[in-house]
Structures are given as C-alpha cells and as structure tokens.
Ligand binder design. Structure first.
Ligand code: HAM
Length: 425
C-alpha cells in the first residue's frame, strides 16, 4: 500500500495496481511457466487488442453482470462504440471468424481484462488472465487436453490445494428443457421466499443456483439438476470427458450447480477452486465449451473450448501455499568499479553478453556505497575492479552471502561465474 493521499489523481485508479520488481519477477515466472507448458501442448500465442467493438461482447452475456453492469464502454473520436475487453474468449472467437485459420486452432494468451466490480482482495477492476482456447474440434479428448493444460500449470507452480469442479451445460435444447423444469420447481417456492427470489427465478433461473443467500439454500440444494436432463449426445460427451480425466489421473468433483458467468457456455464447463483462498474469490481459473459462439458472430459453425486463469489470484494462492516465492539472487554479478577509467562498462557489457545477469552502480560512488547497492540488488557476487588486482590482470570476486573473497583472472571471470551459477541451481 502506498502512503500517497488517497484523493490524489496521481495514483492508480481504484481496483487497479502496479506490479513492481521484485514482485514482478514472480509474474515473469508465472507467465513463462504457462508459455512453456502451452508450447509443449502445441498452442500458439495470440496478441489481441485491449478494446473491441461493443457488439463482440454482446453474445457473451446479455443476461450477465459482466456485460450488463461491469463493462467499460467508450465512444471514440470517430463515434465508434468500443468496450475494454472484460474477458478473452469473445475476442479470440472474433479473431478466428475474421482470419479463418485452419482448425483445430489452438491458441493461448496473456491479457488484461476490465470489469467494474467492487474491488476487494482477489477482485479487481483490471485483472490479468492466462488463457487457452481451441476452435474447430468437438472431440471430448480436446476437453480433456484443455483441462490437463490448466491442471498441469497449477502443478508446475507447486500448487496442491486446488480442486477441479466439472459440470455440463448440455446443448441449447437440453438447457431450454431443463430451464422449464427448473422454473416450475422454483415458482413452487417463490411465495415463501419473497420477491427477490421470484424475480431472479423468472429472469436468471440458472444463476439462482449459484446464489449465496442462506435462506434459499435448502430449496437450491433440492432443485432438479441439469446433468439429469442432458440429451444423449451431451451425456455421452460428458461421460467421455470424465473417463479421459480419470485416464490421466486428474481428480475432479462433479459440480451440478456450477454456473459459469457467461451465456455462451454449452456442454462441458469447469472451474479450479483454491482452498487456500476465501470462498468468494477462490476460483483461480475456469472455462468450458462454447460451441455456438463462432456462428453467432457470423462465422462458420465451429465448436470451441477454453479457460482463463486469473494471474493475481494464482499468485495469492501461491503465497498461501508458500510456493513461487521471490528468493535467490536476482543478479549473478555486481561490478564494483574502483578504477574509474571507463573499463568497468566494457567489462560489464562482456559479462552480460556472455549470458550473465549483471549490473553496476552509477555516478562514481565510493566502494562502500557501491557494495550497498550490490546487496540491495540481490546479487550473488560482487566483482571488484581494483587497482592492485588490475596490475596482474585480475579481479576480486566476493560471495555476498558468505563474504568469502578470492582473485580470478579478468578474462576467466565470466566462465567462473557461470560455473558457480550452474552449481548453485
Ligand atoms: P471467468 O471465470 O470470468 O472466465 O474468469 C476467469 C478467471 O479470471 C477467474 O477464475 C478468476 O481467476 C479470474 N478473475 C475473473 N474476474 C476477476 C477479477 N475481477 N479480479 C481478479 N481475477 C478475476 C472468463 O473470463 C472466460 N473467458 C474463461 C473462458 C475461456 N471460458 C472459455 N474460455
């Protein structure tokens, strides 16, 4: 938290945050770990605009808060109605429809999303998602692959207390039939449970299943379940997905009341819950199928599935499980210049070119002041360019953890440091 005056305009807007070093080192690792895993699964990176035409998001959810109440909309100087992206799936499908890549199109992204939510820990107005989407394949094996990608990522990060919840939303027909059954059931309880319940039962019966109001829970718990009303196709698909997950040893819980926040979902849906987080913000990732969305955006019928993982929430979960911590040296070497003849920058540049992480202080400061900066920079070694050593073409190398110091010939120091780094890894 900064001490700046909360009324000042020169601070990040409410619900947003800066990520500074060394905290941002964890972001680098979180993103690189995902990039590596996505590449191993054959997914390519997509870089998308931060804003889109407002219409791109309309199919995402006319009945959802994210679109109705939380979207950042703007009109540009050319009178175009635009929206800051509240989520990544619709822009990916828009890009698919626009560019028509050969299916199956397997892609991933890292992107900020904007939602005018009430900020609290783990809930922000700008949050970042790592996501993956596959367009053009409805094989249940794809559902399993996509879930395995996310599941493996949490494991790569060292997270253990993560539960996978899965559900099926069925086909649009299955859902229509089920909503009739559900509404009939809910209406039967509306007299007792009041107007708010009645309104929600009429307007968003599915979302009502996710309501947190205590007095409603026994009715919600006994409500008919969508998975009992699936048609043959959706049921068989869902069974195959479960078998595929079992074959990969990925444990999951069936969550018949899991309702995801967008209108586009069909068939398989899933969420990853981190037990270390507060229940209200414990979703560290979620996704599902959206087999109609491409067609609804004017493209050819193209099934799709994917997920989004909230980077900030994943890092909170990593904190709670004490994994992916900042630690270890940030630099291999810090050059301490006692010569003042310009040779230090040549020497430093050579260290960097040889693959070492190396830095220096500026402004001709004293030995002591430079050593202080080296410590603060979390360097493993100080490489001291001193006059006495220079006469024998040597440098002094000091281990900043143990204080041990020795002399190394100048031209060997890069190799020497690299060897130490390998050794200490
Ligand atoms: P979502 O469930 O809205 O899905 O968001 C995905 C993840 O982003 C959540 O599980 C959570 O970790 C994180 N998240 C969402 N809102 C916030 C927030 N306000 N602050 C911090 N983190 C947040 C989607 O966005 C879909 N596009 C996922 C998807 C991809 N479905 C199919 N493909």
């Amino acid at each position: 938290m900064s001490d700046a005056d909360p009324r000042s305009k020169y601070r990040a807007p409410i619900g947003t945050h800066d990520v500074l070093p060394p905290e941002s080192d964890r972001w680098t690792r979180a993103v690189a770990t995902f990039a590596d895993r996505a590449a191993r699964f054959g997914y390519g990176l997509v870089v998308m605009p931060v804003f889109e035409h407002v219409e791109v998001f309309q199919r995402v959810g006319e009945s959802t808060d994210v679109v109705r109440k939380e979207m950042y909309e703007l009109t540009d100087r050319g009178d175009r109605r635009l929206a800051l992206r509240p989520e990544g799936t619709a822009p990916i499908v828009r890009a698919y429809v626009e560019h028509r890549p050969t299916p199956p199109w397997k892609v991933w992204y890292i992107a900020p999303n904007f939602r005018y939510e009430r900020p609290q820990k783990g809930r922000y107005r700008q949050h970042w998602q790592l996501g993956a989407e596959v367009l053009g394949a409805d094989d249940p094996e794809v559902d399993v692959e996509v879930i395995a990608l996310a599941h493996g990522y949490y494991r790569d990060l060292g997270l253990e207390a993560v539960r996978l919840l899965v559900n099926s939303m069925g086909s649009p027909d299955d859902r229509r039939r089920y909503v009739d059954v559900l509404q009939r059931y809910l209406r039967g309880h509306a007299d007792r449970l009041g107007d708010e319940f009645r309104i929600r039962a009429e307007q968003h019966p599915l979302r009502l299943l996710d309501a947190k109001e205590e007095g409603w829970q026994d009715v919600i718990e006994r409500a008919p379940q969508l998975t009992e009303h699936l048609g043959d196709r959706a049921r068989e698909h869902f069974e195959s997905v479960q078998e595929g997950l079992e074959a990969l040893g990925i444990s999951f819980e069936l969550a018949p009341r899991l309702v995801r926040g967008f209108d586009y979902y069909t068939s398989t849906t899933f969420e990853f819950a981190a037990d270390a987080l507060d229940a209200a913000q414990n979703a560290i990732g979620g996704g599902g199928r959206y087999d109609q969305l491409a067609e609804e955006m004017g493209g050819p019928p193209t099934p799709g599935i994917g997920f989004g993982i909230g980077v900030e929430r994943v890092l909170i979960a990593c904190d709670a499980e004490a994994t992916l911590q900042a630690g270890g040296p940030r630099l291999d070497a810090f050059v301490i210049d006692q010569l003042g003849d310009g040779s230090a920058s040549v020497f430093l540049n050579a260290l960097r070119d040889s693959g070492l992480r190396a830095d220096r202080a500026y402004g001709g400061r004293s030995f002591k002041a430079q050593m202080k900066v080296a410590d603060r920079a979390k360097a493993a070694y100080a490489v001291i360019l001193g006059r006495a050593e220079a006469e024998h073409e040597k440098v002094a190398v000091r281990n900043l953890t143990t204080g041990e110091q020795l002399e190394v010939p100048g031209e060997q120091v890069a190799g020497w440091l690299r060897e130490r780094r390998e050794h200490e890894r």
